[in-house]
Write a protein that binds this ligand. Structure first.
Ligand SMILES: O=C(O)CCC(=O)C(=O)O
Ligand SMILES: [Fe+2]
Length: 218
């Protein structure tokens, strides 16, 4: 975004689902990678959640604003401490992302208040799922850093319907809202060794999704 050489061309993958390749330039990627490290340090690290039906997620996660584990948000961590704060930087980035993807920011602007930071080592994957633990239908804003991945984007009706595979690289933006807000999506693989070393992530992939929880505290 800050050091793009060419005009960005958003690609509409499905109605309301837009991929903006190369949205974050190397400097912005590097800054975000180091913020992710700082957030992980402050919040006691990333964790691989257990799934309610058994098994453990291969992706390591950290949540900001609200604490997420499969499948709900809470204001506190399992040990009773409050969830890590939601960085105002991510709210600003999310609104700029909407402008880049859709050409405008809805009025009133969505109340972004939660972010999940996912770390994929080269073997990590994320199964097809819907992001449906939020009570607000604001678009989900997704930022990718480090290694590229195959991002699988399907329909809203079933996990196994028609889908489009999109390669998400470091610096790419993907926004899904409107009729695609509840689309099934997942990450069947990451592409080892494809990160731009300038972004400061030597191996693996980071993904940040910014969401509006629609939840109120207290
Ligand atoms: O890693 C990605 O690109 C997608 C992450 C995702 O779907 C999620 O955190 O719910
Ligand atoms: Fe998701």
């Amino acid at each position: 975004m800050d050091d793009a050489l060419f005009p960005l061309s958003p690609v509409e993958v499905a109605p309301g689902a837009v991929h903006v390749p190369g949205w974050l330039g190397p400097r912005a990627q590097r800054a975000l990678v180091s913020r992710c490290r700082e957030w992980a340090r402050r919040s006691g690290g990333m964790r691989r959640h257990r799934m309610p039906r058994g098994g453990t997620m291969s992706v390591a996660m950290l949540s900001l604003g609200w604490y997420w584990r499969p499948y709900s948000y809470s204001a506190t961590l399992p040990d009773g401490r409050p969830a890590a704060p939601f960085p105002p930087l991510l709210k600003r980035l999310a609104l700029r992302a909407l402008a880049a993807a859709y050409g405008e920011v809805p009025d009133p602007a969505p109340d972004y208040d939660v972010a999940l930071v996912n770390f994929y080592d080269t073997d990590a994957t994320m199964g097809m799922h819907q992001d449906r633990d939020e009570r607000d239908d604001a678009p989900v804003v997704s930022l990718s850093l480090g290694d590229a991945c195959v991002f699988r984007f399907g329909g809203t009706a079933t996990r196994s319907g028609p889908r489009t595979d999109v390669e998400l690289r470091g610096g790419d933006l993907f926004v899904f809202g409107g009729p695609s807000r509840l689309a099934y999506h997942g990450v069947p693989r990451t592409l080892r060794g494809t990160a731009d070393p300038a972004a400061g992530l030597r191996s693996g992939r980071l993904n940040i999704t910014i969401r509006a929880s629609g939840l109120r505290r207290g």
